[in-house]
Write a protein that binds this ligand. Structure first.
Ligand SMILES: [Zn+2]
Length: 478
């Protein structure tokens, strides 16, 4: 018991220091390790397995919606990045540059891709000529580099993994359809697989992607009341096409610019997964993306027949769940803590007494609830339990978000509500950037999005009192 207690004490309680809790969990659950380069992380096997499961679901949906995967180079000639003015202004402060190849100085410096719009544009200008070449629906899985000042594992790192979709269309309407379709794919991934409820909406002009006509986003709320941008989808209009000369001949023989989109989802989403569902015992993983869904812990495994029986259960359950077994000589107490820390949805305990009684013990990670299950019902119960845990995590997260969402009608009320119940603030906005900036200066909350589902919570702007144009979700954000 003493040992077990100490193990749990090794993670800081969320209530005491949320940032430290997060750092403890990513380390103790073996998701990442720090590397010798500041702000770069090593994604360890357990963390990578999680990413692979997310990738598998998302890649399937990207392909189902008609996209093809490609791979673009890591390096971008500096002059190419400078072709689109807004775009370079947005990214210049955080690009990494290669100046030398071996000992020779390069004639032109190379940018390590922070995102690949310009590479796709350069390529599209070469391969798109006619309306018959459209649409082009490309996606790539890659790493990108952004020289961030402050970094935290998964949330902000110099190098991260993501997918970036880049498409070219004949018309503005088609591109607009693509932008909303892919936001829908991200929503489905987050809500149905990661059990993370999201707010869907449009970014303000100030917060939109550099070079985009508009940006759609999904925003989620972490346990500490901070928001996290969880996926974005941009309508690029014809701006890039004009800078890069991406033109096609339409059915009438006239030259037209293509209409483009881009959309991305990154390893940041693992940070969201940790901060939405985790608790003071560690990670809590939604069954649909958990690398291991059920862990078998044999009790008194030195006794005759116990291990054979446990391995038999693993075989029996492998058709209904991703099953692991820990037959190492560590104590059951150590194993319980370890797999709670790793967020494995169900623990199965089986010892000599259970075998005698024809039953096993199941323990849910999300509620800690323990139940005795007769052997002949095991597969059915495990299947139902995984579904139930998945549902429960979503419901809990949604309830938490609702509890942490307030309405404010004046700036004073905004500040007070954000202080007493950190989370989303719903407030009306006139559309002027000065008011948006004032909120940021005075509260450090930023506009997260103008939600598609609008509510008239008040008639006037929360800052200046002028007639309001939109209801906006505001929050402090990662
Ligand atoms: Zn205003």
């Amino acid at each position: 018991m003493g040992k077990q207690k100490k193990f749990v004490e090794e993670i800081t309680a969320m209530e005491d220091n949320f940032a430290q809790w997060y750092t403890d969990v990513v380390k103790k659950a073996d998701l990442v390790d720090y590397s010798s380069v500041r702000g770069s992380m090593i994604i360890r096997p357990y963390g990578y397995a999680l990413w692979e499961n997310i990738q598998k679901v998302l890649d399937g949906k990207i392909k189902e919606t008609g996209h093809e995967n490609v791979y673009m180079p890591l390096f971008i000639p500096e002059s190419l990045l400078q072709k689109e003015k807004d775009h370079i202004e947005g990214f210049a402060p955080e690009v990494a540059l290669v100046t030398h190849g071996g000992s020779e100085e390069l004639h032109e410096r190379l940018v390590v891709r922070p995102t690949s719009e310009v590479l796709f544009c350069d390529h599209y200008a070469n391969i798109i000529h006619s309306y018959r070449d459209l649409p082009k629906l490309y996606n790539q899985w890659a790493n990108v580099v952004r020289w961030e000042k402050t970094t935290r594992p998964f949330l902000r790192t110099l190098e991260f993994l993501w997918q970036e979709g880049h498409t070219a269309h004949a018309t503005d309407e088609e591109a607009a359809e693509e932008v909303i379709k892919m936001l829908g794919v991200y929503t489905e991934l987050c809500e149905n697989y990661l059990a993370i409820p999201v707010i869907r909406g449009q970014k303000t002009e100030k917060e939109k992607f550099a070079g985009a006509k508009y940006t759609y986003t999904i925003e989620s709320l972490m346990h500490d009341g901070k928001a996290l941008q969880s996926g974005t989808s941009h309508h690029l209009g014809t701006g890039f096409a004009e800078s890069f000369g991406i033109q096609y001949t339409d059915q009438n023989g006239d030259l037209q610019f293509v209409h483009q989109t881009s959309w991305g989802l990154t390893t940041r989403i693992i940070g969201a997964l940790i901060m939405v569902h985790g608790d003071n015992r560690g990670l809590v993983l939604p069954p649909k993306i958990a690398p291991t869904q059920l862990m078998i812990v044999p009790i008194a495994q030195h006794k005759e027949g116990v291990l054979d029986f446990a391995y038999g259960l693993k075989e029996k359950l492998k058709n209904v769940a991703r099953v692991g077994i820990d037959a190492s000589d560590k104590t059951p107490g150590w194993k319980f803590n370890e797999y709670e820390m790793k967020g494995i949805p169900i623990r199965l305990e089986v010892g000599p007494k259970d075998i005698e009684n024809g039953q096993v013990v199941l323990v849910r990670r999300d509620t800690g609830e323990k139940s005795f299950v007769p052997m002949n019902q095991l597969e059915t119960v495990v299947t139902e339990l995984l579904d139930d845990i998945q549902r429960n995590l979503f419901t809990k997260a949604k309830q938490h978000r609702e509890d942490k969402t307030s309405i404010a009608t004046s700036l004073d009320e905004f500040k007070a509500k954000l202080e007493e119940n950190p989370g989303f603030i719903k407030a009306m906005w006139c559309g002027k950037q000065a008011c948006e900036e004032k909120i940021k200066e005075e509260t450090s909350a930023t506009s997260r999005c103008i939600p598609f589902e609008q509510e008239q919570v008040h008639d006037n702007c929360v800052v200046c009192g002028d007639k309001a144009e939109h209801m906006v979700y505001w929050a402090k954000a990662y």
